[in-house]
Design a protein around this ligand. Structure first.
Ligand code: ATP
Ligand code: MN
Length: 567
């Protein structure tokens, strides 16, 4: 940007308290011009402006007391420290009487609040997740610098043309270290809390405030986390918090008619009232809904940090890219989002999780015929294959077993794979594995031996499932802490005239040789002496309990997926 900057002291404010290595803080009056106002608040007016030929936003604060002036300089110093793409960037300032102005990168109006409530923008779930993720990263950046924003809400979020959010309005932002005394002093001296209480639209600002702020505790990263959650849910649902209305003006009227400030405060603080959570039917991933609920937990300690949030959102983002994007605007009509207990365990689709893994792993390099050399070339025998499957549920209420058939895998006419998975304690592991194992097989058949491909497929699936499970347990998508799903497996790989069978646990493959059964697998059960010996060697207890040999504290009879054999 071709800015004309005077040589001396251009990067320092008139008081000398604000400095920047590269942001001019001392613009000559003729270098900029203010055009039309974009927004007029009680504390500032934001203009569209020109600066060095560029379109920018100029924020002109109302400075009526010396206190206001101190605040301006505080804000300016703070802004000079910031450099993150998720934050609206300060480009320059004019910080000397009579004009106090801050110039920012310009973002085409409307801000996110108006976009949702005036334009009635209906973002896809994927767009919401991206916004949440970018915003969380920006807030994590602030928290690393020890800065609390204190006014996170859609009206302070500006979108660029790719719908990436940029957090604006550092009018209330402060270094955490400075907050304590200011806050106490403020309360004592004027009874006027920081945090936008005395902004024009009282209830409108209050809806983003964490309960501890409403009860006059000091702001922390975790109170920003709370406001973040209220904002993300607002974007997901499209309604103004505590109403079921999209249009803001109307919603605020209803809001103010429904609750007085005190009523809303007390309901949020004492009754745990929260805005209606977006419905899972909206397509919002359960993991995102769970994250929102944890972020607005009444206890700040229980809320995740922005570091945790960005980590979780990374995973959610990865999954929503593949899943279909549905519009995100179905609202849970229940006004008490807090009491909604969801059974995430059921909501999780383990087939999908396994599929995602397989997709990720399986960047197919087609037509590799490396296994032709491992076939018994001397034998003229070439099996004629036919295949089919039959599955029945047995005595259980739900089917916990799965299977796959992959004849002519990777479009190779002599390469076939089949597998069955017997779910233990639910179908999760069986559902996950039935998608993950073939995915790995397809991948590894290109660059390893069949034995290694089977081994790798089993080991990787086992690891991936465990990781996935731990992850969901951590993010509380799985509410049952002591839920340990597993499965046994048998997989057959046929490479022209050779058959390879791998099994884990007591899934069996039996070859029918001219009417005679020939077992292709050996059950991995504690009643098998070799297995007992192997397990004992690995340091796990095997005891005779009740009626049979059982392993470890969980008293398992079958050793699913922890060990497998190859035949
Ligand atoms: N860089 C920008 N580009 C475009 N519009 C902007 C920019 N910065 C702010 N605005 C618009 O001006 C509005 C007010 O800006 P900001 O929040 O920084 O000021 P404020 O005086 O603190 O406002 P309020 O008191 O309403 O929170 C924003 O909601 C947005 O619509
Ligand atoms: Mn604002």
């Amino acid at each position: 940007m071709g800015l004309e900057v005077p040589p001396e002291d251009s990067n320092r404010c008139v008081r000398g308290c604000c400095r920047s290595a590269d942001i001019p803080l001392h613009l000559p009056a003729n270098s900029f011009s203010l055009l039309s106002p974009i927004a007029k608040g009680s504390e500032s007016t934001v203009y569209e402006a020109r600066l060095g030929g560029e379109r920018v936003a100029a924020k002109k604060p109302v400075l009526s007391t010396s206190d206001d002036l101190d605040k301006f300089h505080y804000q300016l110093q703070l802004l000079c420290e910031l450099d993150h793409q998720g934050l609206t960037r300060l480009i320059a300032a004019h910080a000397r009487p009579p004009n106090y102005l801050m110039f920012f990168d310009f973002f085409e109006p409307p801000n996110l609040a108006d976009k949702i409530h005036v334009e009635e923008w209906n973002p896809s779930v994927q767009q919401v997740v991206t916004i949440a993720s970018d915003l969380a990263k920006a807030l994590q950046y602030l928290s690393i610098l020890g800065i609390v924003h204190r006014d996170v809400k859609p009206a302070n979020i500006l979108l660029d043309k790719d719908f990436h959010p940029h957090l604006a309005d550092f009018g209330l932002a402060m270094y955490q270290k400075d907050i304590k005394h200011v806050c106490v002093k403020n309360w004592k001296s004027s009874g006027k809390p920081t945090g936008g209480f005395y902004k024009k639209n009282m209830v409108g600002t209050l809806i983003y405030m964490a309960p501890e702020i409403l009860t006059k505790d000091i702001h922390t990263e975790k109170s920003d986390v709370y406001s973040f959650a209220i904002s993300i849910n607002e974007i997901l649902t499209g309604v103004v918090p505590y109403t079921d209305l999209r249009a803001e003006a109307q919603a605020h009227t209803v809001l103010e008619m429904t609750y007085t400030e005190q009523q809303l405060t007390s309901a949020i603080v004492s009754q745990g009232l929260r805005p209606a959570l977006a419905l899972p039917q909206s397509g919002a991933p359960p993991s995102l809904l769970s994250l929102i609920q944890r972020c607005w937990d009444p206890d700040p300690q229980q809320r995740p940090s922005f570091k945790d949030i960005t980590d979780e959102l990374k995973i959610i983002e990865k999954h929503t890219v593949v899943n279909p994007c549905l519009p995100a605007t179905v609202v849970n009509k229940s006004q008490n989002g807090n009491t909604e207990v969801r059974h995430y365990q059921e909501a999780l689709n383990w087939f999908n999780q396994g599929e995602l893994l397989a997709k990720k792993e399986n960047k197919l390099e087609h037509k590799v015929d490396r296994w032709s050399d491992i076939c018994d070339q001397s034998s003229k025998y070439c099996p004629t294959l036919s295949w089919g499957s039959f599955a029945t549920c047995g005595r259980r209420e739900t089917m916990e077993d799965t299977h796959f058939m992959l004849p002519q895998m990777n479009e190779e006419k002599d390469l076939h794979a089949f597998g069955i998975f017997d779910g233990h304690r639910g179908s999760a592991a069986a559902e996950f594995s039935v998608r993950a194992v073939p995915g790995f097989l397809k991948k590894f058949c290109c660059d390893t031996s069949p034995i290694d491909a089977l081994t790798e497929a089993f080991v990787r699936t086992d690891i991936a499932f465990r990781e996935e499970l731990i992850l969901h347990q951590k993010s509380k998508r799985i509410i049952q802490k002591d839920w340990h799903p597993g499965c046994t497996a048998a997989t057959a790989l046929i490479v022209r005239n050779r058959l390879f069978v791998a099994n884990a646990g007591d899934c069996r493959a039996i070859l029918n040789r001219a009417g005679e059964p020939f077992p292709m697998t050996r059950d991995h059960v504690a009643s098998c002496p070799e297995e007992r010996e192997r397990i004992l060697k690995e340091g796990t207890e095997v005891k005779w309990q009740i009626d049979t040999w059982r392993v470890g504290a969980a008293a398992l009879q079958v050793l699913a997926f922890s060990h497998f054999d190859m035949y």
